[in-house]
Design a protein around this ligand. Structure first.
Ligand code: HEC
Length: 269
């Protein structure tokens, strides 16, 4: 056992030492160029188009559409709703990010069960999940708007504080926090720049970068997925889909990114 701990510790040192290098590299310029070359052709538009059809189509055990869904700005208002999340929803009694809220509508309006919704939330390249389509439609309707989560209701302030605390919480086999990788300037892992999410400028870019279509995986990924995957990188157990802690972290990130103009689903390597 002692040996195992020593090996783990040694691995942690070499791993952090080698991969968390300071960035000053032409590769970053190369990636930017690649993004430029892909230009305006973002396959996220296909998700958006499918999402709009799904939104308006009667579905679920109750066979109704989502058109009466209240995303925070009143029943049926999609335009601009994403920019004002995460927020506290009185009917649900909790703070939700946009993905949690769309799913809440699928449950309460369309009658899907929680089990159905959490079964396979993240799709695959050949089989996107419905929530990813719906999400693309809803977020795109906030294009051009400024990110402005309300951050005023006591529950919203509580979610922000919890998110901030979780961001700095060190634990797991490597004793990593989110901040180990995301509270330092100019850090990168291999070719990937790591934003310093405690700084407004980086946080703005990072927050508005999701949901994103990733060329490397040929899929659209949500912010819920992004946080899940970072928990994996942190060697933490995978959080429950739409859990309070993930919503709190998303609240923290949204408030840090406040004021950024949302440009629609991003395109990533
Ligand atoms: C071991 C290092 C590591 C840890 C710990 C980590 N991340 Fe990440 N994070 C990454 C990497 C790598 C990327 C991907 C960068 C890329 O693909 O450009 C990333 C990307 C992100 C992004 C998207 C940034 C962007 O500009 O697109 C967010 C947001 C994020 N992480 C949040 C978190 C949160 C919240 C936590 C804690 C739960 C966390 N990360 C923990 C390594 C880490």
């Amino acid at each position: 056992m002692k040996y195992r701990i020593a090996i783990m510790a040694a691995l942690a040192v070499t791993w952090t030492g080698s991969v968390l290098a300071q960035a000053k590299d032409p590769t970053i310029a190369g990636i930017e160029k690649y993004r430029e070359m892909l230009g305006d052709d973002n396959p996220a538009e296909l998700y958006e188009a499918r999402g709009e059809i799904l939104w308006k189509k009667a579905a679920g055990p109750k066979n109704v559409s989502l058109e009466k869904c209240d995303l925070g700005l009143g029943p049926g208002v999609v335009k601009g709703a994403y920019a004002k999340t995460p927020r506290y929803f009185g009917d649900a009694g909790r703070v939700m990010d946009i993905e949690s809220r769309i799913n809440w509508c699928r449950e309460t309006i369309q009658g899907f069960s929680t089990a159905d919704i959490v079964k396979k939330p993240f799709g695959s390249a050949d089989k996107p999940s419905e929530i990813e389509d719906l999400l693309a439609y809803v977020v795109t309707a906030s294009k051009g708007m400024k990110i402005s989560p309300p951050n005023s209701h006591p529950k919203e302030l509580e979610a922000f504080a919890l998110g901030e605390a979780l961001f700095h919480l060190r634990a797991g086999p490597y004793d990593f926090s989110c901040g180990t990788c995301h509270a330092v300037d100019g850090m990168r892992i291999r070719l990937q720049e790591l934003p310093n999410l405690t700084k407004t400028a980086d946080a703005k870019g990072a927050y508005t970068g999701w949901p994103a279509y990733r060329v490397s995986t040929s899929r659209l990924h949500s912010m819920q997925w992004r946080i899940n995957d970072c928990f994996r990188q942190q060697r933490f157990p995978e959080p429950k889909y739409m859990s309070e802690s993930v919503n709190a972290l998303i609240t923290f990130l949204a408030v840090m990114g406040e004021g950024a103009e949302y440009k629609g689903p991003a395109l990533k390597r």
